[in-house]
Design a protein around this ligand. Structure first.
Ligand SMILES: [Zn+2]
Length: 160
């Protein structure tokens, strides 16, 4: 799907972990648990690709692009999305989006986070970004390195 600049998703309530991974990859992914099946389509704006595990939602699809997720494990689900939609590394923008609220992160200077992060983080990290929605501060840490490794694996080995 290279060249398609704006790949956006809407995920049903059982796909919370998958929504976090898609946000880590930088995809605009709305995930609002608790929306009843019948109002799901009216909630989702046109242009978003619907990810669902519910046959009823799949079968009632009124013209939306939709991917029916077959796997239980969130990592397998992510591999399915990458494989079925033919996503490429160039489609992603890892760590550019808040995992909690889906907003795009902005860079923030190190001196501005002095009182907002633990001392050891301030002393050992030099790049920070902030979510404009929840004000959460992000920095490259252990989790970041693990995720980078996972992202690389995702796009070098196609398992399905
Ligand atoms: Zn946020």
């Amino acid at each position: 799907m290279s060249g398609e600049a704006n790949i956006r998703f809407a995920l049903e309530s059982s796909l919370g972990k998958l929504s976090k991974w898609l946000r880590i990859l930088g995809f605009d992914s709305i995930y609002v648990p608790g929306i009843p099946d019948e109002s799901f389509f009216s909630y989702v704006q046109e242009g978003r690709i619907i990810l669902t595990r519910t046959r009823k939602i799949r079968d009632q699809n009124p013209g939306h692009r939709l991917l029916f997720i077959v796997y239980n494990d969130p990592r397998d689900q992510l591999k399915q999305v990458v494989s079925d939609l033919d996503l490429e590394l160039s489609d992603t923008n890892p760590f550019s989006r808040c995992i909690r609220c889906n907003c795009s992160l902005s860079q923030i200077s190190r001196d501005k986070v002095r009182s907002l992060v633990p001392d050891y983080v301030y002393e050992t990290r030099f790049k920070f970004s902030q979510c404009p929605c929840c004000r959460g501060i992000y920095w490259p840490g252990t989790h970041y390195e693990r995720s980078i490794k996972m992202v690389r694996e995702l796009f070098t080995r196609r398992c399905f």
